[in-house]
Design a protein around this ligand. Structure first.
Ligand code: F0G
Length: 356
């Protein structure tokens, strides 16, 4: 495959837009073979699709190029979202490109620095609420209904249309259907979107089976995992979700019912990983594979490790983990985990003595 040929708009025949897109050249992200981590886990066919390599550093750009394009096509004059960070960074950039005003609501104190930085620099009206993401989403929903802003959270179907293309690219890059796709789950939009896209490819006759859709949540924020384990069709929301992976710190995922269908219909599963497991895998990806991701993204690969240990994954499976956001999104978590740089006098003997 040729990376340059892949992009969201390569698949425009099965996307909703008719006119010209608002694009920052999203999609076409690399698929890496995780040779060392795969060897450690006894999984020779373990891959990571690095969605952090999108224009604003997360998979949200795939959704926003379609969502913001549709906003213009529908004649909307302003856009809004609630966000744990990445959605706001992405929407701010695409709204800037489209030339429409943008309002974003963030849970105060719980958004990684890089994401806030992006929303601010791209010119969004950034508002921190003293409440969590679930509350911010309720509030922005109410604002959009009462004041006619266009809502671009994953309740917006056009967003999910764009995110379908992750699955399309994986099929193209792997050269077939992987046995399993593993995604971190927050609001559960992305796993639902990938499933929808692959179902469409199947209906069109391009593929003849689906990967086992596997959702990973953080132990402190795992309503979808609980629903799968307890065989429920509706969700019991968590009122105080907590995890170092702030991107997926969500207690009442709005797309949960769709995600449950995706997981069950494909014979997939859901699992939770602790913050320690997430941070250990973030480090392994960085140090063994050279792949820099934010904590929520490492959750997918940490989930594979956990499922292997539980004997729930076959060693010969071909597995694609979606790693959803870039390392640079969350520098503060890195600083808390790693030794700070050693500061020395500017002479060679000091240098040699610290390296000894
Ligand atoms: N990974 C990252 C890096 C995310 O930012 C998100 C969601 C997810 C995974 C989960 O995806 O919600 O479709 O299940 N972030 C949203 C936001 C909630 O506001 O940026 P999901």
């Amino acid at each position: 495959w040729n990376r340059r040929r892949l992009s969201v708009w390569r698949y425009r025949e099965i996307l909703p837009l008719r006119g010209e897109p608002v694009t920052l050249q999203e999609g076409g992200t690399p698929l890496y073979h995780l040779k060392k981590i795969g060897k450690d886990l006894g999984l020779p066919e373990l891959y990571a699709k690095h969605e952090g390599m999108n224009p604003t550093g997360s998979f949200k750009d795939r959704g926003m190029t379609v969502g913001v394009s549709m906003a213009l096509e529908l004649g909307m004059k302003s856009v809004a979202c609630a966000s744990t960070g990445n959605t706001s960074a992405s929407l701010a950039a695409y709204a800037a490109k489209a030339g429409v005003p943008c309002v974003v609501l963030l849970p105060a104190g719980k958004v990684a620095l890089g994401k806030v930085t992006q929303a601010l620099m791209h010119g969004a009206r950034v508002i921190s609420i003293r409440g969590n993401f679930d509350r911010a989403l309720e509030m922005v929903h109410e604002l959009c209904v009462s004041h006619g802003l266009y809502l671009l959270n994953s309740v917006n179907p056009y967003r999910l249309e764009g995110q379908k293309t992750i699955g399309f690219e994986v099929i193209d890059q792997v050269g077939g259907v992987p046995d399993r796709m593993v995604l971190p789950v927050g609001n559960a939009g992305n796993i639902s979107a990938v499933y929808k896209g692959l179902k469409e490819l199947e209906a069109l006759g391009f593929i003849d089976r689906l990967p086992m859709m596997t959702g990973i949540q953080a132990a402190g924020s795992q309503p979808v995992v609980r629903a799968i384990e307890q065989n429920l069709n509706v969700l019991i929301p968590e009122s105080n979700p907590e995890t170092v992976a702030t991107a997926i710190r969500i207690g009442a995922p709005v797309n949960a019912e769709k995600a449950l269908v995706a997981i069950r219909a494909t014979g997939g599963t859901a699992a939770a990983v602790t913050d320690e497991e997430i941070l250990a895998m973030q480090k392994d990806l960085a140090r063994k594979e050279g792949i820099g991701v934010e904590p929520a993204s490492a959750a997918s690969v940490a989930g594979v490790r956990r499922l292997v240990e539980q004997g729930l994954i076959d060693r010969d499976e071909r597995i694609v983990c979606v790693v959803t956001g870039h390392l640079l999104k969350d520098p503060e978590t890195v600083v808390r985990q790693c030794e700070p740089p050693v500061e020395i006098d500017a002479d060679i003997s000091s240098l040699l003595s610290v390296l000894r």
